[in-house]
Each structure stands twice: as C-alpha cells, then as structure tokens.
Ligand binder design. Structure first.
Ligand code: FE2
Ligand code: FE2
Length: 255
C-alpha cells in the first residue's frame, strides 16, 4: 500500500487536514460520505466519457457510449429508484461496449480511448459497489449538489486547445490522486467491510491518476510541470482551507 501511495503523496501538495479526518471518522458522517462517494464514482465515469466522445471517437461510437451510460443515468435521474432492479438488471444486454472507432486527425485518440474506457468500466463498477453497500445498510441514494472542489479546479482550465484537454487531464489526475489519498486515510477508521472495500479501490484509483497524467504528458508533447504545479497549488488550497460543506473532497471543516 505504501508503494502505491508514495508517488501520490509526492504529487499532491498537501495531505488531508486532520480536522477533515476527525469529522469523517465520526459515525454520523458515514452516510454523507457514502452518498457523496457514490455520486463521485458516476461523475468520474461521465467526465471520462465526455472526453472520449468530444475528442476521440466518431459519432456512431459516441452514441454507443451514451447507450452504455444510459442504465446508470436512468437510475440516478429517475424519481423512484428501484435499487434491486438496477443492480440485478441484465448486464450483458445493457452494458457491453463494442469496438469504438476513432475519428481521424487526433494522434492520441486510440490511447485516450483505451485508458478511458477501462477507467469508465471501473468507475461504473465502483458506483454499483458503493450502491450495493449503501443498500445493505439502508442508506438511500440521492443526487448531491457538487461542492467547490471540482468546480474550483475546472475554473483554472485554459480555453484554447490542446491546452483545454491537457488541463482537464491534469485535473482528472488530481481528483483521482486525492481520492486515493483519502481512501487510504479513512480506511483504518472504517468497519471491516468498508475498510476492505476502500483498500481495494486504492489500486484502480492510483492507476487512474497515472493514466490521466500520462495522457496529459503525451498529448501536450511538452513539459507540463508548470501546469501541474499550478493545479497542485490550487488543489492544496481547496483541500486545506476552511469549507462550510462536508463532502468527500471538501476542505477543512469549519471549527
Ligand atoms: Fe472509482
Ligand atoms: Fe477513479
């Protein structure tokens, strides 16, 4: 576990404040965190899918991706959600993604598709895993309003290509890295089932961080360390400054 975490701790400019961990480990915080975590898994899949559709694949493949997301989006955006029906749905019929065709003119399209399709698959699976744990514990899924974290990072994304894509990939790397760091920090305080689950997530989230960063480097085809340092400072400020919200990616809880 330390081996997985070392590069992530180096990448992030600060570690999670003790105050956030103190609040997170209280019993009454668990429901909030699980619901927010569940939301985040789906958002992670949707964000990656947006990038693939916008930059890498042709129109028919874009449609195929939307079909893949449909059962998940129907579930979360529907008023009366039937968790059992969703979790027991005919996965083979709905969720298999076929061969995707890259649109011409983007040299890194195939690499983006490869890495992001794997990531999307895993995030969808994580979403279902969190949902199943919540269901077992009688916690009801709800859509949560996004906090300041992702918005605060996205606000810094440059508005011309390929800088926009490079910045979005760097932001993806930070969100994945922070998630990984928080799973590791929280795990020791959780019950056995959640502890095992959060530790099991570390490996894939660490790879997601690495995949985003590698894509950013390859697509920029230049040194991105200055941009990485810029986002590291913004991210650290969002994580360490006081935050009136309490969520999975929130800052230090108000005293
Ligand atoms: Fe995930
Ligand atoms: Fe992830």
């Amino acid at each position: 576990m330390q081996q997985l975490l070392a590069p992530i701790e180096q990448f992030l400019a600060c570690s999670t404040p003790e105050r956030w961990i103190d609040k997170a480990k209280q019993n009454e915080s668990l429901t909030t965190l699980l619901i927010d975590h569940c939301n985040c898994e789906l958002k992670a899949a949707q964000t990656a899918m947006f990038l693939v559709r916008k930059y890498a694949v042709d129109k028919a493949s874009g449609e195929q991706l939307l079909q893949w997301a449909k059962p998940f989006e129907d579930f979360v955006y529907k008023k009366d959600r039937d968790i059992e029906a969703f979790l027991n749905r005919d996965v083979k019929k709905n969720d298999l993604i076929g061969e995707l065709v890259c649109k011409p003119g983007f040299a890194h399209g195939a690499d983006l598709v490869d890495k992001m399709v794997r990531l999307i698959k895993e995030e969808f699976h994580h979403f279902e895993q969190v949902l199943a744990i919540m269901h077992q514990r009688g916690i009801v899924y709800e859509n949560r309003r996004a906090g300041r974290y992702a918005k605060g990072l996205m606000r810094q994304v440059r508005t011309h290509e390929p800088a926009t894509l490079v910045d979005k990939l760097i932001v993806g790397a930070f969100i994945e890295a922070r998630s990984c760091e928080r799973f590791a920090k929280l795990a020791p305080y959780l019950d056995d089932e959640l502890n095992r689950f959060y530790v099991s997530l570390l490996r894939s989230e660490a790879r997601h961080y690495q995949d985003y960063l590698t894509l950013a480097e390859n697509i920029a085809n230049a040194d991105i360390s200055e941009r990485v340092a810029h986002f590291a400072a913004i991210e650290a400020e969002l994580i360490s400054s006081e935050d009136s919200d309490f969520q999975f990616h929130s800052g230090a809880p108000a005293q």
